[in-house]
Design a protein around this ligand. Structure first.
Ligand code: MEV
Length: 308
């Protein structure tokens, strides 16, 4: 029996833009997906992860494809394994559930088949698996799922090693993730941005330049613990995500609830189109106020911290 885990994540800055080699900032959320893998005669999956209704079912085909990619990358002809998936990380779009499960499964397979993979190898297998879920992933989700922490990430567009640096904050800070309850298809969202960018290159170029500048400023503000500035930059980032059409009605509603209740900043997180948003809520009291305001409107929330 082999075991493995992968962290869930929250993207604070730069989702979508990271696909094109611009910087992104993301953090592990402290909750993980666990996998247990046992050699067997055929491939079977028992998915006991909890979260948004319909999530696991809607991802089944992409999950199958991710397994094929994993076995190919590992050079395994025998694909008979029983996979169990569970753990504390709720499955919902935007929280890195697919990357967390890819990392967990790759680790568990390596453990069961005694492949001896280190983190770098697990990360590259999980990146290959992510292609099934995101089409053209940047690699930010699997990197956080593998290594955890708060990171600065830049994809190497020439295919070499990506730039990944840990960011240190003076002390951990509270956030709230609000779930729109809408299951989103990251692959379709990434493809949609690519399509619109092709049709409106100048408009998109201008937005992309602003996104890059935001991430650079946000890193400096995070390192200083200047959360007023981080929050304001998150608001700006949300507006850019609206401009590239990856927000949605429920996500905008959640962002508005967060802001009305005092969040320093709030934005879509992850692929968008559904899934989650994130609000920066330093201090337990503010976190509770924002989270309960979302719950009062019937949304599922996650209270957590970044920079732990
Ligand atoms: C998804 O969590 C983040 C995206 O930027 C896709 C990716 O970076 O692979 C939308």
């Amino acid at each position: 029996m082999g075991k493995g885990s992968g962290y869930g994540k929250v993207i604070l800055f730069g989702e979508h833009f990271v696909v094109y080699g611009l910087p992104g900032i993301a953090s592990a959320v402290g909750l993980a997906t666990d996998a247990v893998v046992t050699k067997s005669g055929a491939l079977s999956v028992k998915d006991e992860r909890k979260g948004t209704e319909g999530y696991s079912g809607s991802k089944r085909e992409q999950q199958r494809e991710s397994f094929e990619r994993m076995f190919d990358m590992m050079g395994l002809k025998e694909k008979g394994v029983d996979i169990w998936l569970g753990g504390e990380l709720p499955v919902m779009s935007g929280i890195g559930a697919s990357a967390a499960s890819s990392v967990a499964i790759a680790r568990a397979v390596s453990d069961e088949l005694k492949l001896g993979y280190d983190d770098a190898k697990i990360n590259s297998v999980a990146y290959e698996m992510e292609k099934a879920f995101a089409g053209n992933p940047s690699g930010i989700d699997n990197t956080v799922a593998t290594y955890g922490g708060l990171i600065w990430f830049k994809k190497n567009m020439a295919g070499g090693q990506n730039d990944m640096e840990k960011i240190r904050v003076p002390k951990p800070v509270e956030i709230v993730m609000g779930n729109s309850g809408v299951v989103a298809d990251t692959k379709a969202m990434v493809a949609g941005v690519a399509e619109r960018r092709k049709q409106q290159p100048e408009e998109y170029d201008a937005v992309f330049k602003k996104a890059e500048a935001l991430a650079v400023k946000a890193r400096a503000a995070l390192e200083k613990g200047d959360y007023k500035t981080v929050g304001a930059l998150m608001d700006e980032n949300h507006s850019l995500l609206q401009q590239i059409k990856v927000s949605g009605e429920k996500l905008d509603e959640l962002v508005a609830i967060a802001k009305q209740n005092g969040a320093f900043g709030a934005k879509v997180t992850g692929g968008g189109g559904g899934g989650c948003m994130v609000a920066l809520t330093p201090g337990k009291e503010l976190q509770e106020r924002v989270a309960s305001a979302m719950e009062a409107k019937g949304f599922q929330v996650l209270r957590t911290r970044i920079g732990v």
